[in-house]
Each structure stands twice: as C-alpha cells, then as structure tokens.
Design a protein around this ligand. Structure first.
Ligand code: 2NL
Length: 358
C-alpha cells in the first residue's frame, strides 16, 4: 500500500515519454539557434545553461524518475546537457570569428602575414633547365618506373646476362622477385617508349637511378640522370652532334667549345663522350678540370641495331641517337658544392640557399 502511494508521485510511463519528446524538441531548437554577436550568445547561455535555465530544470525531473529507470534516464539527460554546452561553445566561437571578419575591426595598414615559400631543390633546378632546352628542340618529357625488371633495364639494352658491363652497374634487387631491381639508368623509359611502336620518337627522360656503391662525398647509391632519344628515318650522327652542341651552348654559354671522344657503350654504336671547355678556367687548365681544360658531361651514340630490334623497330628503316648525363656532378660544379651527400640530407640550411619555388 505504502509502495504504490510512493510510486504514484513518480512519473508514469506516458509522462516519461512526454519528457523524452520534450528533450528532442529542445535539441532541435538548440541546433537551429544562431547568434550574430556575443550578446546573443550570452542570451543562449542564460536560457539554456544558466542556474534557472532549461537544462537545469529538466535535470530536476530526475528525482521523479522511477529507480529502475534512473540509470538510463541519467545518461539521456547528461548527453542532453553536453549537447547544449557544446552548442554554446560553437556559438561563442562563431561570434569571435565573426568579429575578426567585420570590416571595422581590420587594420588594413598592417603588413600581411608572410607565407613561407619553399625553394626548389638544386637537382630539380638543374633537371628543369636541361629539360626546357630539349623541349625547345621538340623533345617531350617521358617518365617510367624506378623499380624495373631485368629485361627493361639490361637485356633489352644489349646487356645480356653475364655481360661484363653489368658489373659496373651493380644495383639493388627486390627480395620478393629476383627479376626486379632498382633501375641503373633511365634508359628503361626509352625502351618502354620504343615498345609502344609509335614513331618517330623524340623524348627526354629525367629520373632517379641507383647503383650499389659505397656512399662518399663524391658518389652515392642513388643519383639523377637525364637521358634523351631521337628515332626516325635518316637520323644521323651529324644530328646527334648538332643537337648536343645546341644544348651545350644553351646550358653553358655561347662561347663554350665542345669535343667528342670515341667511347664504348653496349647500347650504342658508334659511341662518343662529349666534353665541354672548362667554364672555370676557360680551357687554360685548373683543379676542377684536372689541368686538361675539358669537362666530361655526357655519353652518347647511335642506338645499337640490336636495341631497336629488341623493341620491335626495324633497324633497316629507322636510325636514332641517344645520350645520357648525370645531374649531380654539373650541379656540384654550378653551385660550388663539395659533397654529393648534401643533396639528400634534407638540411634546410642547405636547401634554402637555392632559388625560390615561385
Ligand atoms: C652516360 C652514358 C648514355 C644512352 C645513355 C641509350 C638509351 C637507349 C638506347 C641507347 Cl634506350 N642508348 N642511352 C646512350 C649513350 C650513353 O649514357 O655516361 N650516362 C651518364
């Protein structure tokens, strides 16, 4: 008897449902609330979160909730309170942002915020310069994978297995597949372009390449290269010489002299290395050119007929020339850097000395 009297004072089931509905309506109202200034945000706080606010008053209903429902209801009310508090923080913040944006508060005479601008990496600067010279001659940029299979990196280039020239290009192999390696030159790009079968080809191929070498101030296990390839009917050694002469003049100045020395590469025949007159001593002989007056800058030659055949191109119809040059060495020279490792250490004190990126 006493028990039923007590529970009749408490909320009946329909009354509890009413309370839940009320909370839902409050939430909708809070969500829709917008404020234009701090005063309106304060009004929100008083109405909802103040000592006589609606959140407090609905929390007061807790005492009427039957014991077995207290836990469940407590959670709902708590969540509602947090909801109102979070909305208040949001509204308050929006008035702060709003105030920052009003014209009367902006001092237009203040200097602007400086946006830090990066610098181009010296290797990128050098690569881009080389590319843009060849682009003016109609060469298109082509790229390819740094992880390559043995065929595209070696075999297709007239470097069959056990060829002694492979020794000089020892590289890193991928553990999962003994056929995969890190490319030793960007020639794999040219091989892939030739395989596509669309002729003529006139491409310039920049990229990172790898060699299994001890790292020192003068050499690294990875470095950068630009290779070029021109294939069409009637491409001759004279075309090769004029193209590379034009490049040298654009790159090193119109008074540069060049010389070709016969050389050997398995993928070209005949082959030649190109030297430029030393820009530091103008050919007189200095420490940089080892008193010769000449600096070796690239290797070149007429594409070997075997290479063309390997890529499905008829060597009786087409001929072409190719060349390759490293980027690090000329960059060291141009910027007066004495340690190749600086290029890959990412020391900002080194990097920020180069031309800005804009
Ligand atoms: C060097 C020499 C060279 C090539 C690269 C090449 C590529 C194909 C076919 C034939 Cl697909 N040749 N590239 C040719 C001659 C020399 O590079 O000393 N590079 C740093």
């Amino acid at each position: 008897m006493a028990l039923s009297l007590l529970s009749s004072l408490r909320l009946s089931l329909p009354a509890m449902e009413e309370l839940l509905k009320q909370i839902q309506e409050y939430k909708t109202e809070i969500e829709a609330f917008t404020v234009s200034d701090e005063k309106a945000a304060e009004e929100f706080r008083v109405k909802w979160l103040g000592t006589k606010g609606l959140v407090k008053s609905i929390m007061g209903e807790m005492k009427n909730v039957p014991n077995e429902k207290k836990k469940e209801f407590g959670q709902i009310l708590n969540e509602f309170k947090q909801f109102a508090e979070a909305r208040y923080e949001q509204l308050k913040q929006s008035t702060v942002n709003g105030r920052q944006a009003t014209a009367s508060n902006i001092d237009l005479s203040l200097p602007g915020d400086t946006i830090p601008v990066g610098t181009r990496h010296p290797i990128s600067l050098m690569t881009n310069r080389i590319i843009s010279i060849f682009q003016r001659l109609g060469f298109a940029v082509a790229e390819g994978p740094e992880i390559e299979d043995d065929w595209h990196n070696f075999t297709a280039l007239n470097l069959p297995e056990h060829h002694p020239a492979r020794d000089m290009q020892d590289t890193f192999y991928v553990q999962q597949n003994p056929d995969w390696l890190l490319r030793t030159h960007t020639s794999n790009i040219q091989i892939r372009e030739m395989q596509k079968g669309k002729l003529p080809i006139r491409i310039i191929c920049p990229g990172r390449v790898y060699r299994n070498e001890t790292v020192s101030a003068r050499s690294h296990c990875f470095f950068h290269q630009v290779e070029g390839l021109y294939i069409d009917e009637n491409v001759s050694f004279a075309d090769l010489k004029q193209t590379l002469y034009f490049f040298a003049k654009e790159m090193y100045g119109s008074d540069v002299r060049i010389r070709f020395r016969p050389s050997y590469f398995p993928f070209t025949e005949p082959s030649a290395e190109m030297d430029i007159s030393c820009m530091l001593c103008k050919g007189a002989g200095c420490n940089v050119c080892k008193k010769t007056g000449w600096l070796e800058i690239l290797g070149s030659g007429m594409v070997h007929p075997n290479v063309l055949t390997n890529c499905g191109i008829d060597p009786n119809k087409y001929t072409g020339f190719a060349f390759g040059m490293g980027i690090e060495r000329p960059a060291l020279l141009k910027y007066g850097i004495n340690d190749i490792r600086l290029f890959s250490e990412n020391d900002v004190r080194f990097l920020k000395q180069f031309t800005s990126a804009v």
